[in-house]
Design a protein around this ligand. Structure first.
Ligand SMILES: [Zn+2]
Ligand SMILES: [Zn+2]
Length: 407
């Protein structure tokens, strides 16, 4: 193994062998499947069972994997083949990752290179290579603050829905920084454990706002006095409040963004009070000349886009999913997955709270790194230069393939 990887492996080893390292026990470990990615060999070990968590801890200290996972699911026989495990239920989990969210930085810090033809670029990885149409890319990503803030905003919307629409209490919501550039939410409540994939898909659809209807089906016979009320729960409440806010505060710019032409936005701005009173408060959506279903739907779509939470839908519906374990290190950053109370979402700073390596400095040759912040220090930007960095920063840059240990 080259010297830089060896250095990271050494630091991961110290972390897992240190008895003061806190790795909170998983609930009901005897029914969980455990998995981990081997640091040097880069293959995934799955279907492991540890009836006692202390044995698991001992394994971590001995093997020192690069990434560690456990199943959301509970099984009769977690160490058997998939079809013989005997599924007993699963936690409800959500994954929010900046990879799936459009951001202001537009991921300019990310680089990709086609593994077939070498075509490279910056920004979001394309689905197919524009040169050779291959679909495999090597990528260099970065956990930037803007990206993490966008993931945080999506997580806030998710938590809001889980609390207010689904009725979970804050105690039931376990919120984690993922260790890279996102957040996880786990719910271990008995009431959700037996939900199958379809039921979980329904929850996902609700959270991403799929299939929201703002108008009840119109009955042909009473189109004249059709009354379409938005009631005061869930998405209906969101749409109602949202439409009101849009009408009350929207500037011409906002309305242009929603996709209205000049004539329509003049009408909306001029008539907003009447529209709010008559349509939203009294529920008469029809009969306002020039503002029809299409207009309302446009505003509703806009609000839906703003207020739905951009979760990774596959993670929630997969009832056999492995998820990163709390307290373990992320192989792409050397940061740890760490839990914090839901109310601390906006204040929890991953660049201090998730830092695992707090001691020492090391000299590295950095090929390319943007300006970043870690453990209260602001570092970089660096370009082809040798610098002495705190261990946590050096580990992150090496994991991100942006630096090597200097000789
Ligand atoms: Zn290519
Ligand atoms: Zn970013």
């Amino acid at each position: 193994m080259e010297a830089s990887r060896e250095f990271v492996y050494q630091k991961f080893t110290e972390y897992y062998q240190d008895p003061s390292t806190l790795i909170p026990a998983v609930s009901i470990p005897e029914q969980r499947e455990f998995g981990y990615l081997m640091f040097k060999e880069r293959f995934m070990v799955r279907h492991r069972r540890f009836a006692e968590f202390k044995n698991f801890r001992a394994m971590l200290a001995e093997i020192v994997p690069s990434d560690v996972y456990h199943s959301c699911a509970y099984y009769e026989n977690p160490d058997f083949d998939m079809d013989k495990k005997g599924w007993l239920g699963a936690d409800l989990v959500f994954d929010i990752d900046a990879d799936h969210i459009p951001t202001n930085c537009d991921k300019i810090h990310d680089e990709f290179i086609c593994t077939k033809c070498g075509f490279s670029g910056r920004g979001l990885i394309p689905e197919v290579c524009p040169c050779c149409e291959a679909t495999k890319f090597e990528s260099k990503t970065w956990p930037c603050e803007l990206c993490i803030q966008s993931a945080r905003d999506e997580t806030a919307k998710l938590l809001n829905m889980l609390e207010n629409d689904f009725g979970f209490s804050q105690d039931e919501l376990h919120v984690y920084f993922s260790g890279h550039r996102g957040y996880h939410v786990h719910i271990e409540n008995e009431s959700i454990r037996s939900l199958d994939a379809l039921a979980r898909k329904e929850i996902v659809d609700y959270i991403i706002g799929l299939g929201i209807k703002i108008f009840e089906n119109k009955q042909k016979k009473d189109t004249k006095n059709a009354k379409f009320r938005l009631h005061d729960f869930g998405w209906n409440r969101r749409l109602k409040v949202g439409i009101k806010t849009v009408l009350s505060n929207a500037t011409e710019d906002d309305l242009t963004k929603i996709g209205f032409n000049k004539k329509m936005l003049e009408l909306l701005v001029e008539k907003k009070d009447t529209l709010i009173d008559r349509c939203l408060d009294e529920g008469y959506w029809d009969g306002f000349f020039g503002v029809g279903d299409g207009t309302w739907m446009k505003i509703a779509e806009y609000i839906k886009d703003q207020q739905s939470a951009k979760i990774d839908t596959v993670v929630t519906t997969d009832i056999h999913r492995l998820i990163r374990m709390n307290g373990t290190l992320h192989g792409k950053t050397g940061l740890k997955k760490v839990e914090f109370p839901p109310k601390d979402l906006q204040n929890f700073d991953p660049f201090t709270g998730a830092v695992a390596f707090k001691k020492g400095k090391v000299k590295v040759l950095v090929s390319d790194a943007p300006k970043f912040r870690l453990s209260g220090e602001t570092l970089g930007p660096y370009k082809n230069q040798t610098v002495e960095l705190p261990v946590a920063a050096a580990v992150m840059l090496i994991c991100k393939r942006r630096a090597q240990v200097a000789k």
